[in-house]
Each structure stands twice: as C-alpha cells, then as structure tokens.
Design a protein around this ligand. Structure first.
Ligand code: SUG
Length: 446
C-alpha cells in the first residue's frame, strides 16, 4: 500500500539518570517501585530495541533526546547552595523528593512531550505541535523548556511546522500532551477527527476523581484545538471516567488507544462511551472499528497492571495493523485471552502482536505507547524534519555504543547524592548532541 504519508514515531531516548523515586501520585507503578534499583543502561537499550522492532516492521522511526539531568539549576533556584556535592546533600536533607525531581529522566515518556495535529487536520495545512506544560507534577514541569527547544530544532522549517509555546503554566491549563489525545482518520493522510480527553473541568466539578489527581483539563484541550486551527466540527472532547483515574489511569493512554479507524478502549474509560462513538464517527463519515474490553473481559485493575491499552497500534506497509504490546500483557490470562481473541477476529485489521520488553520504563508507569510521540507526516514534511534524529541502522549502532559506554548500570536513591555521577551524566549528553547533530540544545552548552 504505497503512500506518501506515514506516521513517524518519535521515541524518547531514555536518559542516563533513569531512577525509581515514586514521584507520581496516581501512577501505581511509580509509587510501588519507589526506592528500587533502576538499570539506566538496560532501560535505554530496551528503548532502542523497541525502535529497531518498529523499523524492522517497515515503519519510520525517529528519536527525541533526553533532558539535562540532574537539573542543578532547579536546586539552586529553590535556594540550595555550595559546590555540587553540597547542593545535592542539602536538597536531600531538606526533602529527598526535591533531589529526585532534579534527577528524573521522565522525558523518556515522549507521549507527554507535546500534542500534535497533522497537516490534513489544520486550517493552514501545517503540522502543529504544542509542548505539554506538565504542571501537574513538579519533576515533569521542568521538561517543557528543553522539549520546546528540541522540537523547534527538529521541526524547524516554518513552511511545514508550527511549534507553539506551551499553554499557560497554571493548573487551569494543565496539559499532559498526546497521552490524552487520539486522532482518527480513514487513513493517516485523510482529514482526521481529533479526540481530546480530560479529567478536570472547572465548570463541572461534580463526579471528579477522589483518590488520585486528574492531570488534564478541559480548558487545555479546548485551547489546543483552537491554537492548532482544527475544524470545530471534527474535534471531540471527552471526560475520563473518575473511577478509571481512581484505579490508576493517570493518562487516557492507559485505558484507550486508536489508530486510523480503529478504537480500542475499556468500557470504563470514559464518562460517556456511547455518545462518544457517534460523536467520533459522524464527522469521520464512516463507523469506527471498535474493540471494546468489557469489565467481564478484564477489570480496570487488569488494564492498569497489564498496560494493554498502552500498546501501539501501527499500520504496516501491507495495510494490516499490528499491536506493539508490553510483555506484562502476557502475564495476565484474562488480558492475554482478550488479545488472542482480538488478533483472531477478522472484523478488525489487527492481525499480529509483538510483545516487547520495556520493563525498566514500565516500572515507572510507562509502556510502549508512553515512550513515543506520534507525528503523521507527508514525505515532503518528513524531508523537512531535522535528519539527525531520524533513526537509521547506522544511528542505532552509534546510539547503542554510546549508551553502552556512557550510561550507569544501576542507580539507587543514594546515588543521587553523587556529584561524580551527576557530572558523568551531563558529559554523556554533550556527546549525544554531536551524535544527533543538535548543537547547543542543553542549557550547559549555552
Ligand atoms: O508522568 N512516571 C510518568 C509516566 C508517564 C507515562 N506516560 C504516559 N502514560 N503517556 C508519569 O507519571 C515516574 C517517575 C518516578 O517516580 O521516578 C513518572 O514520572
């Protein structure tokens, strides 16, 4: 099925400071693995292996760089002082979660980097990208400046791309990026219908989640639809079910996903599932192919532990679709049965499943789909992207060597006090910007 249009997956390269600090309320994996020993080298190699799997399936793959961590400027901004050893020790003594926030490698979850509207959907026919402000969590709220800088270097050509400023950095506009956004279309090159999912609406505070924070606001979704110049008749806003958030569904991509005309979700994902399907299908001009998991198939808890809905659904060059699922999905018999049934069912185009080991990321609540930002691009647009981040076998070899040489094998929470580790992580990033040809990306290079 040759086409001059494709979805390109930009995966976050897992950074050398990947660690388990329990920083994300409402993210059960993050909380339950807090204080564990992480394996940054293995983590990054798992991420690269995932990219290779997608390339080997004939798909276009690209990469987003990690952030400058530890973020010592942040620690100085909040009043810690001295040489780097003293700075880290002071932060730890005041509040270990502040120290951990400075070290977090959370930018690996590229689905939270930005929201993307491709050119068939926008009034000016440009690709619009808005970096997410991620204000709901301290450690993530530090990502947007470098994310914005990186996206502006990668999507530099103004004839094809607009990289907006992040939305106002305030709770009312809390935005977590593409993790709460699904685009449907008859095929990637056709005008789409964009679904924006939120957990909070200040004008409708009833029925909010009670146990865990809701991260995405309706106001943020509406602002994105406006700035991206979307046709209002082809935009749908839906609210997450509060019970889902309270079961650990901190982003919609933990409970629902879609690709082209396929929509896979759990029946308890949304506050209004039934009308949602009609709302999406009518502007699309054709019914969606729905794959609904009912509570009798498996529970919200099963969805959260297995991360099935954080699979990527990808369109293969032959037009069929594949599910790129986390290995954890095989460990729950109810979920595995559901996958087997879905693959065997001729009424949907998903014919194959690939189970990937991204366990290091999964232990912080990030599955295959969290690790990537989808950017549907025409061949012309793809040619205008900064080519240093487009994955090739040569770049994969270079990055594998780079990670193997420069990343620590393990990090425990006490390692976050080590100024030598801090320096070696930052030195590694200097080399990375040469490999990706992104000079002066990081604050320490300016
Ligand atoms: O924001 N975990 C991330 C996981 C993000 C997953 N992304 C998507 N679902 N798209 C988060 O909660 C944990 C960090 C720690 O605890 O060390 C963390 O930030």
């Amino acid at each position: 099925m040759p086409t001059d249009y494709q979805e390109v997956n930009f995966d976050g390269l897992i950074g050398p400071t990947h660690n388990y600090a329990g920083l994300s309320a409402g993210n059960i994996a993050s909380l339950s693995n807090a204080g564990g020993t992480s394996k940054p080298k293995a983590a990054a190699l798992q991420g690269l292996a995932k990219m290779k799997t997608l390339m080997d399936l004939g798909l276009k793959q690209a990469i987003l760089p990690p952030q400058q961590r530890p973020d010592l400027t942040f620690l100085r901004n909040i009043g810690f002082t001295g040489n780097n050893a003293q700075l880290l020790a002071q932060a730890h003594d005041a509040d270990p979660t502040l120290l951990a926030a400075a070290w977090s490698a959370s930018s690996m979850w590229a689905a939270n980097a930005a929201t993307v509207s491709p050119s068939p959907d926008t009034k000016d026919h440009k690709v619009h990208l808005t970096p997410a402000n991620l204000v709901s969590n301290l450690h993530r709220s530090r990502e947007h400046p470098t994310t914005t800088a990186a996206l502006r270097m990668i999507f530099k050509d103004p004839t094809h791309f607009t990289v907006h400023d992040p939305l106002p950095r305030q709770a009312r506009f809390a935005d977590e990026g593409a993790a709460n956004h699904v685009r449907f279309a008859a095929s990637h090159d056709q005008p789409g219908v964009e679904l924006f999912v939120y957990g909070v609406d200040i004008h409708d505070p009833a029925n909010a989640a009670r146990n865990y924070p809701s991260r995405q606001t309706r106001a943020a979704c509406q602002a994105l639809a406006r700035t991206h110049q979307l046709d209002p008749t082809r935009v749908v806003f839906a609210r997450q079910h509060p019970d889902a958030i309270d079961a650990g569904v901190f982003h919609n991509d933990v409970i629902a996903t879609g690709n082209e005309n396929v929509f896979m979700y759990h029946e308890q994902a949304f506050a209004t599932s039934r009308s949602l399907l009609t709302d999406l299908a009518s502007p699309l001009g054709q019914p969606l192919i729905t794959i609904e998991a009912q509570d009798s198939d498996f529970s919200l808890q099963d969805a959260v532990t297995s991360y099935l809905f954080n699979s990527q659904i990808v369109t293969l060059p032959n037009g069929s679709m594949a599910l790129i699922a986390p290995l954890e999905a095989t460990e729950n018999t109810r979920v595995k049965t559901f996958i087997d049934k879905t693959i065997a069912d001729p009424s949907n185009p998903i014919n194959t499943v690939h189970y990937l080991d991204v366990r290091e990321s999964m232990r912080n609540g990030g599955g295959p789909a969290c690790l990537r930002l989808r950017v549907p691009l025409s061949n012309n647009e793809l040619a205008a992207v900064h080519q240093g981040v487009i994955m090739t076998n040569d770049l994969l070899t270079k990055l594998t060597d780079f990670v193997t040489r420069t990343y620590p094998d393990e990090i425990t929470q006490s390692d976050l006090l080590d100024p030598t580790l801090a320096q070696s992580c930052i030195d590694a990033l200097d080399e990375l910007t040469q490999i990706l040809d992104l000079p002066n990306l990081y604050p320490f290079q300016q």
